[in-house]
Design a protein around this ligand. Structure first.
Ligand code: BES
Ligand code: ZN
Ligand code: ZN
Length: 518
């Protein structure tokens, strides 16, 4: 796939097989000015026949239309409500449709309603192109594989040569993000018998290598975790034949080559210089490589998609893949970025934890495990505690396929967001809205804490009843957050729809860049 920029000069020659035009409700006829009188007539007839009004998501297609083998009119809704997130979403739908129709090249013209933000126009163009080409087809037969058509080129026609530079930069940045998203999606789509904690460890080391010194990875093995007192994380993993891996990544910001952090060693005392103004953020991703439920075994149906239970970790790896390839001269980040993947498998066995067991987390709190299927919050307890004790970041964002309850509440397109800091919540919401990743804030309603009070330990991981399950899970996590501004993203629904979505990668990258000092 290639995204090309071309000047729309006179006389104009159009080469791609297909052409896409966005039409708005207020000025449907504007599009017609692109066509000669013969084609105008054809398009007008088609518009009337299909009662096309330019409403969002309306699409009409016309084959063999003049110099275009295929012409597509896309309803873009009202001009006032249009933005780049909508553009990206609509373009993705249109490009998928075009490749399903077996065409391989597309032409698209700049239109004023797109804004003058040429960098982000370029970014949207390439994200839409690469993502619409994504198919997880490695297990399909050769014949089936061949049936999947992928677009080869998208040509974007612009009026001013001066805009080429910004658009091209944006296109390259979009490709970088798409590469990260491809990694995330591939890891999530891969069957659980191919992805183990050590697979994620390897993926992290690959990223470290690709980063050429920008990213450092450290992995704590079982013994090291035990030494640090991560009883919660180890408890969840102990039923599996696969060894748990506590994976830590660190991106060094561009300006300071030797930051005053010594966070990656278990013996570290954390931040060495508490008064330092270094901005830093820690991303934590739930990384259960398979969630069978443990002894509180899931139903067959409930287990079908549980290879996705490491989606949070895969998003963190996707973000680091992007950081690894970032040109530090071009994009100067003023933030230190950490990633944590507490990776293990939740399996039943003679060694597995049993309902009623009590585990002690790294921060000293004890957890009564009443349901071994509520394992996500238990591993995150240690990941959050580790971040607070050894990294002490200003901000923590965790991503977790945490609760079926969140899925019941918001469906599969919307992420549930919880947070302990209003400003951070708003900023993150803005970042995700700009990317077209949907989220909805849910309350950290403190009175529900009584639902997770334990009779025998500090807190229990389940047993408070089914209602408000996403909230009680978030309240559980909050017990392990001490000083950080924190956001918890429950991606149980949004991580997967037929295939992995990679929900979170673009929002987090956008958040990091928006909050960059430069
Ligand atoms: N990984 C699941 C949550 C999940 C469900 C993710 C469906 C994606 C799709 C999690 O570990 C889990 O099993 N949660 C339980 C908690 C309950 C036992 C308190 C749930 O939501 O049912
Ligand atoms: Zn579970
Ligand atoms: Zn789970």
């Amino acid at each position: 796939m290639e995204v090309k920029i071309a000047l729309e000069t006179t006389p104009f020659t159009f080469r791609p097989e297909t052409a896409v035009f966005f039409s708005f409700e207020e000025n449907l006829n504007k599009t017609l000015s692109f066509f000669d009188s013969k084609l105008q007539l054809i398009v007008k007839n088609k518009i009337q026949k299909h009662q096309f009004e330019g409403k969002e998501d309306e699409i009409i297609t016309i084959e063999t239309a003049g110099k275009y083998q295929l012409l597509m009119l896309v309803g873009a809704g009202k001009v006032k409500e249009f933005n780049l997130a909508k553009f990206k979403r609509l373009l993705m739908i249109v490009l998928s449709k075009i490749s399903l129709m077996k065409y391989s090249s597309v032409g698209l013209f700049y239109f004023d309603e797109l804004s003058k933000d040429f960098f982000n126009i370029g970014k949207s163009l390439s994200l839409a192109s690469y993502l619409s080409n994504y198919h997880f087809d490695k297990f399909k037969g050769e014949k089936e594989k061949k049936k999947i058509n992928r677009l080869k080129e998208l040509v974007f026609y612009i009026k001013n040569k001066a805009d080429v530079v910004k658009i091209t930069e944006g296109v390259a940045f979009g490709k970088l993000i798409a590469d990260g998203l491809y990694l995330t999606r591939n890891l999530v789509n891969e069957p659980a018998s191919h992805i183990h904690p050590e697979t994620l460890e390897q993926a992290a080391f690959d990223i470290e290598k690709e980063s050429k010194g920008k990213i450092k990875v450290e992995v704590l093995d079982e013994d090291e975790c035990r030494r640090l007192g991560m009883g919660a994380f180890l408890g969840v993993g102990q039923g599996s034949d696969r060894k748990p891996k506590f994976i830590i990544l660190k991106y060094q910001k561009s300006k300071i080559k030797n930051p005053s952090f010594v966070p990656l060693s278990g013996t570290s005392k954390g931040r060495q210089n508490d008064k330092s103004k270094i901005k830093n953020i820690c991303l934590i991703g739930k990384s259960i490589t398979f969630d069978s439920g443990g002894l509180s075994l899931k139903s067959s149906e409930g287990m079908e998609t549980m290879k996705i239970d490491m989606a949070g970790g895969a998003v963190v790896l996707g973000v680091f893949k992007i950081l690894a390839h970032l040109n530090q001269d071009q994009y100067k980040l003023t933030t230190d970025i950490y990633g944590i993947l507490p990776a293990c498998e939740n399996m039943p066995s003679g060694k597995a934890i049993k309902p009623g067991d009590v585990l002690q987390a790294l921060n000293g709190k004890t957890i009564e495990v009443l349901n071994t299927d509520a394992e996500g919050r238990v591993v995150l307890a240690d990941a959050l505690s580790y971040a607070e004790k050894y990294i002490k970041p200003e901000t923590i964002i965790d991503l977790a396929t945490l609760t079926g309850a969140c899925m019941v509440a918001l469906g599969t397109e919307i992420t549930g967001m919880f947070g302990n800091n209003k400003e951070l919540n708003e900023e993150f919401k803005k970042s995700s809205t700009e990317e077209g990743e949907e989220l909805w804030e849910l309350p950290l309603y403190q009175p529900y804490k009584k639902k997770i009070k334990s009779d025998v330990a500090d807190i229990k991981n389940a047993g408070g009843g089914r209602f408000g399950g996403a909230i009680t899970a978030a309240l559980f996590l909050q017990e392990f957050v001490e000083r950080a501004k924190w956001i918890h993203l429950d991606i149980a629904g949004s991580a997967y729809q037929k295939g992995a979505t990679g929900w979170g990668v673009t929002s987090i990258i956008n958040y990091i860049f928006k909050n960059n000092e430069n």
